[in-house]
Design a protein around this ligand. Structure first.
Ligand SMILES: Cc1cc2nc3c(=O)[nH]c(=O)nc-3n(C[C@H](O)[C@H](O)[C@H](O)COP(=O)(O)O)c2cc1C
Length: 285
């Protein structure tokens, strides 16, 4: 299944792109509206981009009043990405989303490098969120954690149903002439092709550690990239930075992936999941 990466597609601005996906994931929503960080908030680099958007969003009430009914019209299952500055924020958002029939699943953004993080651990946040919702709950983790496998096991134990891997990593770009940081917030989240080997390692390790379903992302721009994420252990893949330069990527990557699978005699994407593991696919715990 092909998702968009949270924050990389405005489905109401480009509904035809969203309709080419199997699942649409919203930009991360917080309890209160947020203006985000000061400009400049996007910078291109040699291989990929930096962003310091800082979770700009209208807040959960505006999502409910305004966007959610329109997003539900798209037809694709809708995942809502939620973020906050304390476990209680995540819990509040999950409670509010729990009885919304339009929402198929909730993604907990535990890993935005552009804002202050909640003081609680990832597993404490998942635990607090799990108490408030019966919806499918995915935990989105940063590839920067040294103990990523332990974090993955801990969020699994706390009640997450799956993992979203990976978010951006902190990076810096300097102006050619002034040598000053190009982003207003100085550092930002790095995404795009350079993230791919790091993301693949995260998927590979967390799949082996947990056997959980994984939505894999990080620099995917071709069907071959998508195949590699499946082989590393992803059950689904998401397109992020590529959507800014190629809005037709969902259809193209889908066709390319189908060709890649067929050329290896694989009848479905599921058959490719976990193939990179020499001991064979991990059985789901
Ligand atoms: C402009 C931009 C905005 C993003 N906003 C969010 C966000 O609101 N929530 C989130 O979880 N991830 C956000 N991300 C991270 C992406 O969802 C994704 O994890 C990351 O970009 C890696 O995938 P990619 O290399 O294919 O872009 C954002 C990324 C970009 C480039």
């Amino acid at each position: 299944m092909i998702f968009n990466a949270s924050g990389c597609l405005d489905a109401l601005e480009a509904p035809e792109v969203a309709r080419a996906l199997d699942v649409f994931v919203t930009k991360t929503v917080t309890p209160q509206p947020r203006e985000g960080n000061r400009p400049v908030r996007i910078a291109e680099t040699e291989a990929g981009m930096l962003n310091s958007i800082g979770l700009e969003n209208p807040g959960i009430e505006a999502l409910f009043a305004d966007k959610l009914p329109q997003l539900a019209q798209l037809g694709a299952p809708l995942w809502v990405s939620v973020g906050g500055f304390a476990a209680s924020d995540y819990a509040e958002l999950c409670a509010a989303l729990d009885d919304r029939p339009e929402v198929a699943a909730i993604e907990l953004n535990l890993s935005c490098p552009n804002v202050e993080e909640a003081p609680e651990s990832a597993s404490e946040i998942v635990h607090a969120a799990r108490r408030e919702t019966r919806k499918t709950l995915y935990a989105k983790l940063s590839p920067a954690a040294a103990d990523l496998q332990d974090t993955a096991r801990a969020v699994q134990a706390a009640g997450a149903d799956g993992l979203t891997l990976v978010n951006t990593m902190r990076g810096l770009a300097l102006d050619d002439t002034t040598l000053q940081p190009r982003l207003g917030r100085e550092t930002g989240g790095y995404s795009g092709p350079g993230l791919k080997p790091i993301a693949l390692a995260a998927v590979y390790q967390c799949y082996r550690a947990t056997g959980m379903p994984i939505v894999g992302m990080g620099g995917i721009s071709t069907g071959r990239d998508a195949l590699e994420f499946l082989a590393a252990g992803a059950a689904s893949i998401a397109l992020g930075t590529i959507l800014f330069s190629d809005p037709d990527a969902p259809g193209r990557v889908r066709r390319e992936l189908a060709d890649e699978l067929a050329s290896r005699g694989l009848s479905t994407a599921e058959a490719a999941t976990g193939l990179a593991h020499s001991q064979g696919p991990v059985s789901v715990a």
